[in-house]
Write a protein that binds this ligand. Structure first.
Ligand code: KG4
Ligand code: ZN
Length: 344
């Protein structure tokens, strides 16, 4: 294997079918097909619908990625795939496809961790990751703080949500406010016209001394507040509720991320996952890191939400170091622990 292998990355852990092509740390193609519109009327991702959509989108996305990169299947040096965590049926589609490509091309297969891939993708934009770094991963499925001595080999959990993920809270609050699914982008937009200090929503676990999060209480507080207005026959100030909710989320996420850096003597913070696309989270993280003397790295929004490039980026890091591949009977593991960067 060369130090800059051409790696195919396959992501199917939730509702995005992602096919990425990366050479070393250079992004060549990032084809994403989302089934989000098919889930919108249910207000959340329906696993069976997602699995079927992955099956239909896989080969066209593969063809699109190769065409964009100007590459042929025979040019691929290694195949990387999200082995977990994620929706079991959805993961299976990607893992089966990856095995077929690896076997057909006669190339090594790397079953990788979705969370580590969310971190590794930053290398495509900002170069090699500093060691150690702290990563804040916030998406529809996870909210975690991680210590990252080496994204290809060692990721240590520092804290995580004890109930809802941050993105899940966005999606649920959006529903309460009558905004579409997924809730992050419309709340982000509505909040621009609102006052973040209008309503003092609770900041769960803010002062508990841990690096864990809790968003269930916040979500319930927003729902109760909105219901009370409606019961009184008063209009709901959507922009103020959105801004105040968003402020509570960004406040607690950034406060704990900075604390994690301080406690572990780390100078570099990486923020990733779909919620890292949030404008207030990005702004507050920048301000607080600046104040604390922490260097902040956040990939551009398109690389924050689920995609195949992140899987290819992690695969390229692992394969480029000559680390051993996964077995061809690699299982999909819906609850793959974050400490398992690559499945062996
Ligand atoms: O990483 P991702 O694409 O998929 C998962 O692994 O879950 O994250 C999706 C989540 C959704 O909950 C969505 O509402 C949230 O990311 N999201 C945002 C924004 N864009 C997407 N949340 C807040 N602000 C945004 N601008
Ligand atoms: Zn994700």
């Amino acid at each position: 294997m060369t130090a800059s292998p051409l790696v195919l990355g396959i992501e199917t852990s939730c509702d995005e079918t992602g096919i990425g092509l990366v050479r070393g740390r250079e992004l060549l193609a990032d084809a994403v097909a989302s089934s989000v519109d098919e889930h919108a009327r249910f207000g959340g991702v329906v696993p069976e619908v997602a699995s079927r959509a992955h099956l239909e989108a896989m080969i066209p996305a593969f063809d699109r990625a190769l065409a964009t990169a100007g590459a042929r299947p025979g040019d691929i040096d290694a195949v990387a795939v999200t082995a977990g965590p994620g929706l079991a049926g959805a993961l299976l589609v990607g893992v089966a496809a990856a095995k077929a490509y690896a076997l057909g091309l006669g190339k090594p297969l790397y079953g990788v961790n979705h969370l580590a891939a969310h971190i590794a993708v930053d290398q495509l934009e900002h170069g090699p990751l500093p060691s150690p770094a702290v990563a804040l991963l916030v998406s529809g499925g996870h909210s975690s703080l991680l210590l990252v001595p080496d994204v290809a080999a060692e990721v240590i959990p520092l804290g995580a949500t004890i109930d809802d993920a941050a993105g899940e809270a966005y999606d649920k609050v959006a529903r309460v406010l009558g905004l579409p699914f997924p809730g992050g982008p419309p709340i982000d937009a509505a909040a621009r016209d609102g006052d973040p200090a209008a309503i003092g929503f609770p900041r769960g676990k803010y002062h508990d001394g841990t690096l864990d999060f809790s968003f269930a209480g916040l979500k319930t507080a927003v729902a109760r507040w909105v219901e009370a207005r409606q019961a009184a026959g008063e209009p709901v100030p959507v922009a103020d509720v959105a801004a105040s909710f968003q402020e509570a989320v960004a406040d607690v996420l950034t406060a704990k991320a900075v604390r994690a850096c301080r406690e572990h003597g780390v100078r570099d913070l990486i923020v990733g996952g779909g919620v890292a696309a949030n404008s207030r989270l990005r702004a507050l993280a920048a301000a607080r890191c600046d104040e604390a003397g922490i260097r902040l790295r956040v990939p551009r929004p398109r690389l924050c939400t689920d995609n195949g490039a992140m899987v290819a980026a992690l695969g390229a890091e692992i394969a480029g170091r000559g680390l051993p591949p996964s077995p061809l009977d690699l299982p999909a593991d819906s609850s793959l622990p974050v400490t398992e960067v690559v499945v062996r």
